[in-house]
Design a protein around this ligand. Sequence first.
Ligand SMILES: Cc1ncc(C[n+]2csc(CCOP(=O)(O)OP(=O)(O)O)c2C)c(N)n1
Ligand SMILES: [Mg+2]
Length: 573
Amino acid sequence: MTAQSQEVTDGFHLVIDALKFNGIDTIFGLPGIPITDLTRKAQAAGMRVISFRHEQNAGNAAAIAGFMTQKPGICLTVSAPGFLNGLTALSNATTNCFPMILISGSSEREIVDLQQGDYEEMDQLAIAKPLCKAAFRVLHAEDIGVGIARAIRAAVSGRPGGVYLDLPAKLFAQTMDAEAGKKSLIKVVDPAPRQIPARDAVQRALELLKNATRPLIVLGKGAAYAQADADIRALVEKTGIPYLPMSMAKGLLPDTHAQSAAAARSYVLPEADVVMLVGARLNWLLSHGKGKTWGGKDPKDWGGQKFIQIDISPQEMDSNVRIDAPLVGDIGSCVSALLAGIGSNWAKPSAEWLGAIAERKNKNLVKMAETLARDPSPMNFHSALNVVRDIIKANPDAILVNEGANALDFTRSIVDMYKPRKRLDVGTWGIMGIGMGYCVAAAVVSGQPVIAIEGDSAFGFSGMEVETICRYNLPVCVVVFNNNGVYGGADVNPTGGPDVAPTVFVKGARYDKLMEAFGGVGVHASTTAELRKAMEAAVRSKKPTLINAVIDETAGTESGRITSLNPQSAKKK
Ligand SMILES: Cc1ncc(C[n+]2csc(CCOP(=O)(O)OP(=O)(O)O)c2C)c(N)n1
Ligand SMILES: [Mg+2]
């Protein structure tokens, strides 16, 4: 028998110790029974505890912290309603392959399981399971170390995702010998092991690429997550193949790079004969790899391209169309294996292919420059974003958070990014509500200035967190593109009744006052000169700022760029 030490520890301390032992130093959460003391003790133990006004925003913060750092972001909530509020973020994290752990306190198991009506009674584990990558519950203090270790591994290994960890109230007060407690903790060794691609799979991919006449590389946010920036850039540059960045892969190579085909997207997708996907899935954002976007005759037709797909999950292959050369492994290992196989005498794509792309690209860029140079009153998306484009160019380390419909689509296409992982947006689902949670985490994790371009509807989903931004004095500049509603404010109620149309908000709303209410800087900007001055001041001062940018309420389109996804009624009136 080993000698028992005099000291005891308990569930609270073991959770904190287990997280710290694994290098986790920040918790995003919202206190209440049974985790209030956990937040206090975590802060006392030197962790950064960032308290939010709604759990969904804390969850989104945790998720994007995971994306930025490759460490699981922690979201801590109370039971049932707090847990449910965090669940959207957990599910969104899983969909986007962001590593996060939602830790929720829960009510007494024996009462919950007999459904006897406990305070905030809910079988949280069962509800979380189908919505995340893995879900665990810890019942005994001596299992906390294992529980946290399993949660970390599940979140970051293989394809990253959201993990749920259920901690019943009773667990926190359970005591055990301090020495035994210490020994029960696990420091996770190599939490995201490299997954080396098979040699023949690398050869197959190289052969296909070598024999292509019109090759194209598509970089997804998985490539951004991988933090293999130098190798990815070397692969693109050594092969000379034109590339398209998906939204959150913008900046992996600077958007101004000569090989970027972003301004000729509608030309390269149908024309390419071999497409190499790097951490990008063939989901709706790439029209499932088929149909008219890819040169197919009708919406389900294959365009004839051959695909090489680099992904950590073998199940991703053939999910939408045939993958001729699946390359399964972590992106860093796959890209370095390709680089090694390319050697020094790789034949770059033909001048014909590159010239045809350059011609389209330049034509579109000239057209865009003309549109951006106009300065109408009121501002439209282009004139306002011309300012944002300049501000980001002058501050390439700033992080750009972006949500909305038109406010999203126009920003993505107009604002160039210059560095990796600087653009954080609505991701795979096109979800509204990530805005302020992402801003808080981006500022906390990076210490860099954060600029958020927010549709007025999008902003409303997390707007109360401007108090959080002020409370922690974060260098966040929120620009609300205020066009009086969802997609715009020009709709009318066809009945002539007193209610406005469902997409319309209070006209001329002053979102800047919201920021002033908590001591931040609020600016009302109705011209590009005012917008520019306010954004420059915000970046310089690093003070929490909200700029209410007045945008022409008729400037947007229904659903931005994805109007076609709206079902059409067959019945007219
Ligand atoms: C959680 C969630 N609810 C609803 C939607 C549907 N939706 C897509 S964009 C959008 C808001 C668009 O309006 P706004 O943010 O003002 O952008 P604008 O087009 O006006 O610039 C909504 C409600 C969504 N994507 N996610
Ligand atoms: Mg709007």
